[in-house]
Design a protein around this ligand. Structure first.
Ligand code: ME8
Length: 654
């Protein structure tokens, strides 16, 4: 099956941002998914360069438009590379291959009477590159919901395209093709808009010369939207190019809701006039807004540097956030805090933790060799059935251009995998000699769960497959979509690795605390009171002096973890030492602690205590202690620090 998907071609009037990135990442995800299915995919993006606003921006910057756009287009290409965008082509409307097709189509439409010459008298919004009749303006300004800016009066000789002739055919087409405009809310909007009456569209300008010349009347340049829409076929080599024959009509044109009108009305009418097939789906997604509700846009200047974000969190995490947060038919909120929250909870805790825990157990209990499984129990069957359900659901969501919904489904599977670890408690199985086969089954199922999770997430986070396949001792050919609900695919006997954390947790509070302290220092506002409070306390008891200052970096070397005490017993021939078995991040450790005078063993079992998890092991009375439990003490009093909230063994303490 062929699959042709496009993004809008973006105006290179300034660098791309998170909003522009959303559309491109969403299209990339769909393209990657279809490639995994084995489809013959063509994925197009590009830049829309012949706009009046580009010409104006270049003028303001005292440069010529072409030099200006060349620079910005490079930024677009770099950003797409940094975000692992797998486009097959990048079209620029200043390229000759595009310009000649636009001229050819303009001439054809003119010759067959669909374009005629007249005079335009009305308003123009340059930021939106849109003509407006007087009665559509709101308080004399652009009526676009996210614009509202000043419009300019135009009175110039122009060519017009007879949209009005096509009002009935386009209404009929939309009526007969319920999937043509998606989601359904946009379809209804478009139907209302067309039913309100279509006016002929002004399709040329004479007051500036930046753009594609009308070939038979070169004092006119082609209106930028007519020019831009044609990119979807000019890039394929319309009319005779091999790619055009192979890929047209497009399967999906994906875009923001702001420009659905151009794609759902003007573009199909151009195609109808040319007697060409119409695209199968026009999908209009919502916008990314800032926390205070404004649309993220270049002209509003509320754009965060996307390159910086990718450097800080990685392309996969940014892609995940963008795709996960924008729900069908609504707008999404973007903030860096939200990115960190999603990264920590969904990627580090749910996904990464499962992968690292389960690999660590295969390494610990089977020296890294994938064991051969025994008979499935009901838990394995449940996991397998769910993989089938999730696969079907993800396919449905992606066909409907709903990556957020697809990720939600996939995380049902990720959650089930984590639950499976807790249910099967392999650390307990490992202690029982007669449970060897059961442990093999569980460990093998873990590895298969990782494989399935890698297939499911591959279209969304393209950096993951290579990393996960390496851990599993394979190359990426392991990931075949059809096998996302098939089990028993991994061979046994292959060696796996524990590897690094796939998604290390980010501590944003650390950044903000440092920033806050630096700010206080700069403003010399470090308050004096805390010192006085310390003196007060000094009078009552003698405290150990506070140690010399360390940096945040020093502190971050400590890896403190919540862990569950599985068993406790006094160490023979001592009165101080207690030997504990604790569970941390899915593994069992032995810890020897000097708390025996203060606790009976049974007081500690099932408590959640805090472990210094990266302390070098030490031998105490012949027992290797793998870490240290935190306790507070003063004089004769000692209390082991415990965690009361429902935090899993392995949660970090910071
Ligand atoms: O309209 N949230 O180009 P453009 C989500 N050249 N998506 C956003 C967004 C946001 N805050 N901001 C921008 C044009 N977008 C024309 C298109 S196509 C033949 C010509 C995305 O640079 C979204 O896809 O203004 C939106 O439709 C597009 O960028 C507008 O890009």
């Amino acid at each position: 099956m062929k699959y042709y998907i496009t993004t809008p071609i973006f105006y290179p009037n300034s660098s791309p941002h998170i909003g522009t990135a959303y559309t491109t990442v969403a299209a990339d995800t769909l393209a990657r998914y279809h490639r995994l299915l084995g489809d013959d995919v063509y994925f197009l993006t590009g830049t829309d360069e012949n706009a009046q606003k580009i010409f104006r921006t270049a003028e303001e910057k005292n440069t010529d438009p072409k030099t200006y756009v060349d620079g910005v287009v490079e930024r677009f290409k770099e950003l797409w590379k940094a975000l692992d965008i797998s486009n097959d082509d990048f079209i620029r409307t200043t390229e000759e291959r595009h310009q000649k097709v636009v001229q050819q189509i303009f001439t054809k439409l003119y010759e067959q009477g669909d374009i005629y010459k007249s005079e335009y008298s009305g308003w123009y919004c340059t930021p939106c590159e849109t003509f407006w009749m007087e009665n559509k303006l709101i308080e004399g300004k652009c009526p676009n919901a996210d614009c509202g800016r000043d419009v300019e009066m135009l009175k110039e000789e122009s060519y017009f395209f007879r949209l009005s002739n096509y009002q009935e055919p386009i209404l009929k087409y939309i009526g007969e093709h319920p999937d043509f405009i998606q989601p359904v809310s946009r379809r209804n909007e478009m139907l209302r808009f067309i039913e309100g009456g279509l006016e002929d569209l002004c399709v040329s300008r004479t007051t500036f010369q930046w753009g594609i010349k009308v070939p038979f009347d070169p004092s006119h340049v082609v209106y930028v939207w007519l020019d831009a829409l044609i990119n979807y076929i000019s890039a394929l080599g319309y009319p005779n190019g091999e790619n055009y024959q192979r890929y047209w009509p497009a399967d999906v044109h994906i875009m923001g809701k702001d420009i659905v009108r151009f794609h759902a009305v003007i573009w199909p009418i151009i195609l109808m006039a040319l007697d060409l097939p119409l695209p199968k789906m026009i999908y209009g997604h919502g916008w990314y807004l800032t926390k205070d509700g404004g649309k993220i846009s270049k002209s509003r200047g509320n754009v965060q540097d996307s390159f910086e974000l990718i450097e800080r969190y990685g392309s996969d995490a940014i892609r995940y956030f963008l795709l996960r947060e924008l729900q069908v038919g609504t707008d999404g909120t973007y903030s860096e805090d939200n990115v960190v929250e999603r990264l920590n909870s969904d990627l580090a805790n749910d996904f990464g933790n499962f992968v690292s825990r389960s690999l660590a157990m295969v390494v610990k209990y089977r020296e890294g060799i994938v064991p051969s499984p025994g008979q499935d129990g009901s838990q394995e069957l449940e996991v397998k059935v769910l993989s089938h359900e999730v696969k079907k659901a993800v396919e449905k969501r992606l066909e409907a251009c709903d990556p957020a919904g697809a990720l939600e489904e996939i995380w049902r599977f990720v959650a089930r995998c984590n639950k499976y670890v807790d249910e099967t408690a392999p650390w307990a199985l490992a202690k029982q000699a007669d449970q060897r086969e059961r442990l093999d089954t569980v460990l093998y199922t873990f590895m298969e769960c990782i494989r399935v999770m890698a297939i499911f997430t591959a279209p969304f986070m393209p950096g993951l497959p290579a990393r996960i396949c390496t851990l599993l001792g394979h190359d990426e050919s392991l990931l075949r979509w059809a096998e996302a609900d098939q089990w028993g695919i991994l061979e046994h006997g292959i060696k796996v690795q524990k590897g690094e954390q796939l998604f290390p947790r980010i501590d944003i509070t650390q950044f903000s605390k440092v920033e806050e302290m630096e700010k206080l220092e700069q403003e010399s506002q470090v308050p004096n009171e805390p010192v006085q409070v310390e003196k007060e306390i000094d009078k009552i008891v003698e405290f150990e002096p506070i140690k010399e200052e360390i940096t945040m970096e020093d502190f971050s070397k400590l890896d403190l973890r919540v862990c569950k005490v599985l068993s406790a017993e006094k160490v023979e021939k001592t009165d101080k030492l207690m030997k504990l078995e604790v569970e941390v991040a899915g593994v069992v450790r032995t810890v020897v602690s000097g708390i025996a005078k203060h606790y009976a063993p049974e007081d500690l079992v099932n408590q959640y205590v805090v472990l210094v998890a990266n302390l070098k092991p030490a031998k105490l009375r012949g027992i290797t202690s793998q870490g240290m439990i935190l306790a507070a003490s003063q004089g004769e009093v000692l209390e082991v620090l415990t965690v009361k909230k429902d935090l899993p063994g392995g949660a970090r303490v910071k």
